[in-house]
Design a protein around this ligand. Structure first.
Ligand SMILES: NC(=O)c1ccc[n+]([C@@H]2O[C@H](COP(=O)([O-])OP(=O)(O)OC[C@H]3O[C@@H](n4cnc5c(N)ncnc54)[C@H](O)[C@@H]3O)[C@@H](O)[C@H]2O)c1
Length: 357
């Protein structure tokens, strides 16, 4: 059996933000690997939510509460006793962070601090992967590959909430864990993730699919912005490898990690939409010249460290990533296939490509 499969079989794993886009894919993958998954989320809206579409509410030990509430988090962790935590829960949208900066800072920063406190408190927790973002870096305005050691400094409220979370995680790691408490603590920075079942507002793929299904023109806020687009399973694969490695050897692997896309596949927003229209079979796009609020223009990650030390590398190029993503929506929305069937098949294919099956 593959070593990842062997490792996760019967492991108790907590996924925060399980009801979110990445969280739902992660829960599905962990279940496939034989893990005992618990999850928490805070969006009771069951309508068009991948977590519920995949019936994950029946497959994981699951509660809805605010991660800022330490007592609730502690009680849930006491009940479920995870040895591994993947922390995804966040307010992840830049535009919303301009409308709700207080919510963004408290959920992202305080929620993450609560996870660090929990890991400090319970010895059964052995490995914690804290998901931040590629937007934690100070922007130089030039297209370049950010390294993990580069200066942190997000300017918009969302990015700043994640940059400050990075500093907090580092302080906890250095002060309480490294060599003291035997638990791996890492932060992980990935770029714009795409994949089926994301229904968030103001995100390129869901917005494009919503327009395509209604035969409406797709409006692009920033047609020329580069984004390191990647298929959702690419960074999740990195998180699975990292959680295992730092579980087994916390001193060596506890750190900050970039998980970027395949080199030479940095693509503009308008190019992505052209691919979507091509795979969907119809559609129109309109380019708006300038966005009203600040968003970092050039975002690229240097993933040399993950590549060298974790033997992680992306599997799909940009075209394949957009293709499988568009296929997910096409099969679910047009061909009326079950979301769980399509999702599980895509995970199986991806595992097969990675020789994990
Ligand atoms: N999707 C991307 O392209 C992308 C890129 C970089 C980083 N990230 C990061 O990955 C993580 C997951 O993102 P996503 O795209 O799945 O987002 P999402 O909005 O789909 O999911 C967010 C999850 O967090 C939960 N949550 C929000 N507020 C909460 C609270 N107060 N208490 C408890 N749970 C709460 C939601 O219920 C949901 O389960 C986030 O930390 C995000 O910043 C995402």
């Amino acid at each position: 059996m593959n070593s990842i499969k062997k490792f996760y079989k019967n492991k108790k794993v907590l996924v925060t933000g399980a009801t979110g886009f990445k969280g739902a894919w992660m829960c599905s993958w962990l279940i496939k690997l034989g893990a005992k998954v618990s999850g928490l989320g805070y969006n009771p809206n069951e309508n068009k939510n991948l977590f519920y579409q995949l019936n994950l509410n029946k497959k994981v030990k699951f509660e809805i509460f605010d991660i800022r509430n330490f007592n609730k988090l502690e009680n849930f962790v006491k009940k479920t006793k995870p040895s591994i935590i993947f922390h995804f829960a966040a307010q992840p949208l830049i535009l919303r962070s301009y409308k709700d900066p207080y919510l963004t800072f408290t959920v992202n920063y305080l929620g993450s601090t609560n996870i660090m406190e929990i890991a400090r408190k319970f010895k059964f927790i052995k490995s914690v992967v804290m998901v931040t973002t590629d937007k934690v870096y100070e922007s130089s305005g030039k297209a370049k590959g950010f390294k993990e050691s580069d200066l942190l400094g997000g300017i918009d409220p969302y990015s700043a909430s994640k940059s400050s979370t990075e500093l907090m995680i580092r302080a906890y790691r250095e002060s309480f864990f490294n060599g003291k408490i035997k638990c791996g603590i890492s932060s992980v920075r990935a770029g714009n993730v795409i994949g089926g079942g994301d229904w968030s507002k103001n995100r390129l793929i869901p917005d494009s699919i919503r327009s395509s299904i209604k035969n409406k023109t797709i409006i692009l806020r920033n047609p020329n912005f580069n984004r390191p687009w990647q298929f959702v399973l690419e960074p999740l694969k990195g998180y699975l490898i990292l959680a295992k490695k730092q579980y087994e050897n916390p001193l060596r692997y506890s750190s900050a990690w970039n998980f970027g896309n395949k080199s030479k596949s940095i693509t503009t927003v308008s190019q992505i939409v052209e691919y979507i229209i091509n795979y969907w079979g119809s559609g129109k796009l309109k380019k708006l010249s300038k966005n009203k609020v600040y968003e970092q223009e050039n975002l690229q990650l240097n993933s040399f460290k993950a590549n060298k030390l974790l033997k992680w590398k992306p599997t799909y190029g940009i075209k394949q990533s957009v293709k499988v993503t568009t296929e997910w929506y096409y099969k679910v929305l047009k061909l009326k296939k079950k979301p769980s069937e399509v999702t599980n098949k895509q995970i199986e294919n991806y595992m097969h490509e990675n020789k994990w099956s």
